[in-house]
Design a protein around this ligand. Structure first.
Ligand code: 0A1
Ligand code: ZN
Length: 890
């Protein structure tokens, strides 16, 4: 906590470290009230560095002793200001011995060393290691670690750290010890330790090379019936990384540990991944299909970091997307490959793009917009964003789109060949891609340096006389906080043309020799590099319907003027499943915006307004097409979210959007009632629960149908939901039923809520769902949320619980949150201030809720600003929260 103006760190100020660290030896005397840490560092001066002082960072630490080359360094031998410890005129070779003390029990920030349910855990990324000992805590300092843990044996029977267990034994006094050695050099942010009462599921796994490795999933006692899916996901990840990228596990032992108090999803510490329980624990009783998928992708993500992040790491935190964008891309591809089918891949792609549009596009248009490789930050923890992760992944995906899968693989191979064991930059990655493929990717750099979502306008012209079809693409990018004017991006735009029967036309691009490559291509990747370019297709026998930006080939907004009939045609015929879905979304969006305008003009909504549009027909056709993949149908029949619609409005009116979305759902429910009921019945998955893609897709469609039916809110609908709730043999069906009951006037509503709580009282992750479902219910207002906060099961200290109620309400229930009296904003300010004192990172995330305040109508805007100002002027603000609110108000 600090009250002085926080410092801004700039990328351009990067200088290499003054000293390198070769070895780190640490001894921990673990005690929850006061843990002593003895650290010995062997260091040598970096010949590249001009500055000679030895710099270490520390945060909230007691410095007990400091010795250099065997001699105590007295108070005059160093300076310690604002967490920076400097030893001037240190010799070239240094052995530093540092003794520090910390208070794990009081550490509610969950950074550094902390306790959760009585066990010890660490979180060091990005700058948590400095809360354990003084250290040149920056990712370009890589060293070999040996760690000795000492603790009471009965209270902390399990002692884990990175690498291999090389020694363990008793200390005689009821205490015991373990020594861990990590054979690989690593940056300090990958350090980890775990100690406590834990049990594990373990498996021996034979790598493709024949080497056998030990895999463990550690959890609290009583949770061993929930680890199988994480273990399966780990084995699948290990296999996939060899198959797709030729990357094998480099360790003899790989551990995953689940912890209930965790700020993020999980952490890729070398050989000792620490996970939020949410991304480990699953069985059919407690976890939904979405949870199963989340576990698979996060286990994959952390495992894939072992190469993209750990073996090759970041030079500085501005390069964060080097590891995160790349690793998200890898986990997305992993999940897509595991589904295996063409339509499954498309479904995964649509889901990923939905996340991008729901969260990243608004970020990129708001006050916290930043490039994939930012130029500055105040608090690095605020930069673990959807831009770094999801847009970063889109940027990596574009290399693959431009270079092809094989070209991309060549680039990856060269990247590892050049940089294994190094701390590098996004430029190094781009250079590897360019050099391995002999391509000029210099303009591609702008994806890293310019923020904002580019727009592409597409104008088409058919010339019947010479049978050409031209597509003119024009790009622009709105201003963002750091850049008003943007240079043109290098954008891959995948295009196909449909004939009148809905079939793909073979494509020939003027000026491009694409003869003789066997069968003609039906999708071409156009490379838009200028502000405006015209691409001419030749031998086009009839005016086609264009399918542009297939598979969402770039993270942009595409403006095309389609007629309703063309959208319906694309929805029914496009060979590109992504664009089939996209056409439906465009149709729905058009309707929702028109209806919102009507509501704002005080016109009552009527069913006639639905029938005017092609939407009802398109939905009917989708519902009745039994050849479609249920998972795809579910996505196609889901209306754009309120947040996504909001982004399309010049002035956001959350109440109008909500009214329209509910109106449309009700209208679609009654006009298509029979079809929904058929979909409900024909997508049941009787028998034993399995989270495979086919069953998951069916449950998804069935439960979507249920939610539409419940919009009718009559006794039949209530019975259907109640029945499903009572008879569900898995959490997916159970929570789906509970959620629609809660949004209905069903007589069993309250009893079901109460029953659910009792049934799952001892399953923290399920109780999170219970809170979150109520937080997002249509009739849950601010007063109800305040009431729920008084529930004995609620606590602000546990991030999952705080997110389940408070974040779910503030971000997931816009119509109630934006109550016209401003009570939602007052609630938000109260919670940001309360969380700030407990956990700055979590508080800063919540602070982001107000990002888009300037987009609302003046009356709401004024109240939002007042709430922001109240937070900004609250005492003892962390720099995490301060950065967010300052940038919001700027
Ligand atoms: N590198 C992790 C994300 C992560 C970042 C910061 C954390 O500290 C609070 C924890 C995790 C990942 O990408 O999975
Ligand atoms: Zn990551």
């Amino acid at each position: 906590m600090r009250t002085d103006t926080p410092l801004t760190i700039y990328r351009k100020d990067y200088t290499p470290p003054t000293y390198r660290v070769d070895t780190v030896e640490m001894g921990f005397d673990l005690d929850p009230d006061l843990t002593r840490v003895a650290t010995r560092l062997t260091m040598r001066r970096n010949p590249d560095s001009r500055n000679k002082s030895l710099v270490l960072f520390g945060d909230s630490l007691e410095l007990v002793q400091l010795r250099m080359n065997g001699k105590e360094v007295g108070k005059r031998g160093y300076t310690l200001t604002n967490g920076v410890l400097e030893i001037h005129n240190a010799p070239e070779q240094v052995t530093l011995e540092i003794e520090t003390a910390t208070h794990p029990n009081q550490n509610t920030s969950l950074m550094g060393l902390y306790t959760s349910n009585g066990n010890f855990f660490t979180q060091c990324e990005a700058e948590g290691f400095r809360k354990i000992t003084f250290f040149p805590d920056r990712p370009d300092v890589m060293a070999k670690y040996t760690v000795m843990l000492r603790a009471d044996k009965s209270r902390y029977p399990v002692l884990l750290s990175n690498g291999n267990l090389v020694e363990e034994g008793d200390l005689g006094d009821g205490r015991h010890y373990a020594v861990w050695e990590d054979p690989f050099k690593k940056p300090s942010y990958l350090f980890a330790l775990v100690a406590g009462q834990l049990v594990c599921q373990e498996e021996k796994y034979k790598l493709q090379s024949g080497r056998e490795v030990l895999l463990q999933v550690w959890v609290e006692e009583g949770n061993l019936d929930k680890t199988q899916h994480a273990m399966d996901s780990l084995e699948n990840s290990i296999r996939w990384d060899v198959e797709r990228f030729g990357l094998e596990l480099d360790l003899d032992r790989f551990m995953i540990v689940a912890v209930g108090d965790f700020n993020m999803g999980a952490m890729e510490n070398k050989g000792l991944n620490i996970f939020n329980t949410k991304y480990v624990l699953a069985n059919p009783r407690i976890a939904t299909d979405t949870d199963y998928a989340g576990i698979e992708s996060v286990v994959g993500h952390e495992y894939f970091h072992n190469w993209t992040g750990n073996r090759v790491t970041c030079r500085d935190w501005f390069q964060l997307s080097l590891k995160e964008g790349l690793t998200v891309f890898r986990d997305q591809e992993f999940s897509a490959d595991l589904i295996g089918t063409e339509s499954g891949r498309a479904v995964k792609r649509i889901e990923d793009v939905r996340v991008l549009r729901q969260a990243q596009f608004p970020e990129d248009a708001g006050p916290m917009a930043h490039p994939v490789r930012p130029d500055s930050y105040v608090e690095i923890n605020n930069f673990y964003t959807v831009t770094i992760y999801e847009k970063g992944s889109e940027v990596v995906r574009m290399y693959q789109t431009l270079l092809g899968r094989d070209g991309f693989r060549k680039g990856m191979d060269l990247y590892f060949q050049r940089h294994d064991g190094q701390a590098v930059t996004c430029d190094d990655f781009r250079a590897a891609m360019a050099d391995a493929n002999d391509r000029d990717l210099s303009q591609f750099e702008l994806w890293y340096s310019q923020a904002g979502t580019p727009h592409i306008k597409a104008d088409m012209q058919y010339d019947a006389g010479i049978r050409t079809y031209s597509i003119t693409l024009t790009q622009s990018c709105p201003p963002t906080p750091e850049h008003a004017k943007k240079q043109s991006f290098h954008i891959p735009v995948a295009v196909g043309l449909l004939d009148r029967n809905g079939r793909d036309m073979p494509l020939t691009l003027e000026g491009q020799d694409n003869a003789d490559n066997g069968s003609a291509q039906t999708t071409l990747v156009l490379e838009l590099k200028e502000q405006s370019q015209t691409f001419v297709f030749t031998s086009v026998a009839e005016p086609p319907v264009p399918s542009i930006l297939r598979n969402f080939s770039a993270p942009v907004v595409l403006d095309v003027e389609y007629a309703d009939a063309e959208l319906a045609f694309l929805m029914a015929n496009d060979s590109d499943a992504f664009n089939r879905w996209e056409a439906g979304q465009r149709l729905a969006m058009r309707r929702m915006l028109a209806l919102s305008a009507a509501v704002q003009g005080d016109h009552a909504l009527s069913n006639a307004q639905l029938d005017e549009g092609a939407l009802g027909n398109a939905f009917r056709a989708t519902l009745r097409d039994t050849t479609l993949d249920p998972a795809f149908c579910e996505l196609a029949l889901t209306l754009p979210s309120e947040t996504v619609v909001a982004e399309q409005m010049d002035v956001i009116d959350p109440h109008a959007i909500h009214a329209v979305r509910v109106f449309l759902r009700r209208a679609l429910a009654s006009t298509l009632k029979v079809d929904w009921l058929v979909a409900y019945q024909s997508n049941r998955t009787p028998g034993t629960y399995s989270p495979d893609p086919v069953s998951t897709g069916k449950r998804g469609l069935k439960n979507l149908a249920l939610s539409y039916v419940l919009e009718i809110d009559d006794a039949d609908a209530h019975r259907l939901a109640q029945n499903q709730y009572d008879n569900a043999n898995n959490m997916t069906d159970r929570i789906a039923a509970l959620s629609v009951l809660v949004n209905s006037t069903a007589p069993g509503r309250d009893a079901a809520l109460a029953h659910f709580f009792e049934e799952f009282e001892h399953e923290a992750l399920v109780i999170d769902k219970w809170f979150s479902l109520q937080a997002m219910a249509r009739n849950t207002d601010v007063a109800t949320v305040r009431e729920l906060m008084k529930h004995p099961a609620f606590t602000l200290k546990n991030p999952n619980r705080a997110r389940s109620l408070i974040f779910s309400f503030c971000n997931g229930n816009p119509a109630q949150f934006h109550a016209v009296d401003g009570s939602g904003y007052e609630f938000w300010a109260d919670q940001v201030i309360a969380l700030n004192a407990i956990n700055p990172q979590v508080a800063a995330r919540l602070a982001r809720t107000m990002d888009r305040w300037r987009k609302y109508a003046p009356a709401l805007q004024e109240k939002m600003r007042a709430a922001l100002l109240r937070v900004a002027s609250a005492g003892a603000l962390s720099k995490d929260v301060l950065e967010v609110v300052t940038k919001s108000l700027a």
